[in-house]
Design a protein around this ligand. Sequence first.
Ligand SMILES: Cc1cc2nc3c(=O)[nH]c(=O)nc-3n(C[C@H](O)[C@H](O)[C@H](O)COP(=O)(O)OP(=O)(O)OC[C@H]3O[C@@H](n4cnc5c(N)ncnc54)[C@H](O)[C@@H]3O)c2cc1C
Length: 426
Amino acid sequence: MHEPVALDLVGVGFGPSNLGLAIALSERSGPALSARFVERQERFGWHRGMLLEDATMQVSFLKDLVTQRNPASGYGFLSYLHARGRLVDFINYGSAFPTRIEFHDYLEWAAAGFADRVDYGSEVQRIAAVPGEPGLLDVSTSRGPLRTRNVVLATGLVPHVPDGVRRGERVWHSSELLTRIDTVRDPGRVVVVGAGQSAAEALDHLHRTFPAAQVHAVFGRYGYSPADDTPFANRVFDPSAVDAFHRAPAEVKDLILGYHGNTNYSVVDPELIEALYRRHYHERVSGRERLRFHNVSRVADAIEVDGRVELAVESMVDGSREVLTADLVVYATGYRPSDPAHLLGALAGSCLRDEEGRLRVGRDYRLATRPELTAGIYVQGATEHSHGLSSTLLSTIAVRSGEIADSIAAARAAEPAPAWAARHDG
Ligand SMILES: Cc1cc2nc3c(=O)[nH]c(=O)nc-3n(C[C@H](O)[C@H](O)[C@H](O)COP(=O)(O)OP(=O)(O)OC[C@H]3O[C@@H](n4cnc5c(N)ncnc54)[C@H](O)[C@@H]3O)c2cc1C
């Protein structure tokens, strides 16, 4: 039986991170690296369930897949606009923040250029060592095995709901909002749990979509907090911030994450906060209040009965409870990075960990491994503890992709030449 031919890399997941990598590989000079990407979705898709009309990007269009690494690339947002015949219109649009719908179209446009390198509708189930071959890995997918010298895990974020919450027919996570909303007809009351950007967007969307419904927000904060999008704070997402973060001592890393968490976590675009407050106030003036806010509160209990949800909302101030009957409850309670160790199985035992048990990740995003494993395992996304706040975002994809491509190419170049090449040279 023939051994499968080993690829240079298998990319797990084909969201923006590994799409950025595919572009970086295609733009490299020097010997080409062979790559295959495996994506569970049937076609390219970037948070489709939250592509809400009017929702804008949280980053400048210049933080696209390529510009910060290669402004001359043909895969930048400006090239996309040009291809779509909207470059001049976008200039007149006068904002660096396109809608998420438009950015999704840009990503799809870029992904179309790499369709021959992606197995869509295929899921990676496990990654394993190859016995007797420390430089190779076997990747099991739902479409069959792949053999490779390196894997690049970019499996993204996993929707998170608080412990004890059971998702169901009428209890959703915000990531499902648009894919399921057509199943709801003329609701009397809907509830959104959470106080971050997705929660505020879901509240706004539900309020506009169902003009007869009561729309309730439940959150532990006193009010929505604004996202810090000011220029000095934004530097925490610069490519050079990754250098500083990676070499900083653990206690300084914690400080940076603490100081600047409000650029990304549990915060809302100030314009949306203003818009929601105004709408709430105007409703109070008119005496037709549909938007209701339960602040400093939590959901103590939720039971689905006959297509509706009985929700006990508890005040964290005095413990008093109010029972709301809702047709829909949306938990906009965030995401967690997917844990690379899940796919690594027994291989995770060959990966080194820090004092807190987290995977050790080199500056080049390669996991530190025991000497018996020389194949490369790279991670995009789940590296906030080692590379800082930009890890799960788009901000550094362009530069990070180039760094990973360079690292894989350098390791390949350092491999001893095969025996036939030595004979030929001699
Ligand atoms: C609603 C929303 C809006 C956002 N807006 C912004 C923004 O404006 N700016 C910003 O910087 N960031 C934003 N983010 C953060 C987001 O993480 C990044 O935009 C981006 O999605 C990161 O890309 P990624 O490729 O690492 O992960 P993802 O986009 O999550 O892609 C991961 C891919 O891996 C696939 N996958 C997972 N497991 C497997 C497997 N075992 N086998 C095969 N395929 C698998 C998934 O199907 C998915 O397509 C937003 C996030 C959300 C949820």
